[in-house]
Design a protein around this ligand. Sequence first.
Ligand code: AMP
Length: 418
Amino acid sequence: MQTIEKYNFKGKKAFVRVDFNVPLDENFHITDDTRIRAALPTLKKILADGGSLIIGSHLGRPKGVTDKYSLKHILPHVSDLLGVKVQFANDCISADAAAKAKALKPGEALLLENLRFYAEEEGKPRGLADDASEEEKAAAKKAVKASQKEFTKKLAALADCYVNDAFGTAHRAHASTALIADYFPNDKMFGYLMEKEVKAVQKIMNDYQRPFTAIMGGSKVSTKIDVIENLLTKVDNLIITGGMTYTFTKAQGGNIGKSLCEDDKLDLALELMKKAKEKGVKLVLAVDAKIADSFSNDAHTKFCKVDVIPDDWEGLDIGPETEKLYAEVIKNSKTILWNGPTGVFEFENFTHGSRSVAEAIAEATKEGAYSLIGGGDSVACINKFGLANQVSYVSTGGGALLEAIEGKVLPGIAAIEK
Ligand code: AMP
């Protein structure tokens, strides 16, 4: 693995792609700076070596230059955390950016404006009319792909070497996350954060110990189907939980009241159950639920068997029997992957199931299991329950992690490794 550890940045200008896509409040104050802190070890190592930094990131999903998504809002905080006064280029490929990058001395840092202010970063056309014809769409795509090359070349020209430390966007073949690497055949590498993420994925996908248990929660089967299919080829136990539960319950003829359900995925649920059986995977589904008479934290609640939910009620979390069932499976595992809550964890009264899963994972980890938590909601859960330091690894990637688990090659990783 090409990492920054053995690279000497002395006198070099490093283009570092980070993920500073942090949440901001209405006054542009950062509400959670985890992503900035996560990149600090890489940035500090480069500065300590006597290198200089050209930091590139996206923020939000701008459709062009938008003040709301300007990285100038986070500049003071980046300077504070890094301990050096970071300069700013208000356009990532302008002559001003090039001049500022060129003038950087060892130990100095420059933050570039939001890379996604340019459509070329993502390589997707913008501003197409809703009624654009297929030909118009194809022409616009061709045009942006052509100008993407020029954009990437200009970004690459700013630096002597390239470091990717943005796992959150590793599943995107964007200019700064993948294409730019071609300009640095001998000077491209993973930052410390990427290295940890790549190793965690490798451990889960190739180097796992059995029994291997995956806990897949969340709202819809349809969005997790590829992940579930791939996991069925690896795991011993697959816990399917959260809103997905009720599609499986209904498919088997149970009454689910007004619980979340994908009626067009009932056959798929049965098929997945069949596949699990064929592959010898133990598919673990909820046996009871915490049901509510409305979708609200203040709803009346009670527990019942998962397949006899009254008509006007809905399952918003798992019940105590299910908690026990899951905990037993989790505690007997040597490898654990958790993605997605067991219920509507945003409502305090429906967090109990997710908390019990998190606690069982922490306990198994204490007994020597390897545990990986990924995806925004499960990460939010593990942090909320104060258990992040009691699991093996908490990934910073949501979509990227899921695509890696689907078995896909992530462009951001492939670009460094090829
Ligand atoms: P996803 O975005 O598919 O990963 O799903 C996460 C979302 O699923 C969270 O916002 C949860 O509130 C939601 N969720 C989990 N369990 C349920 C449930 N029983 N009913 C409705 N939504 C749920």
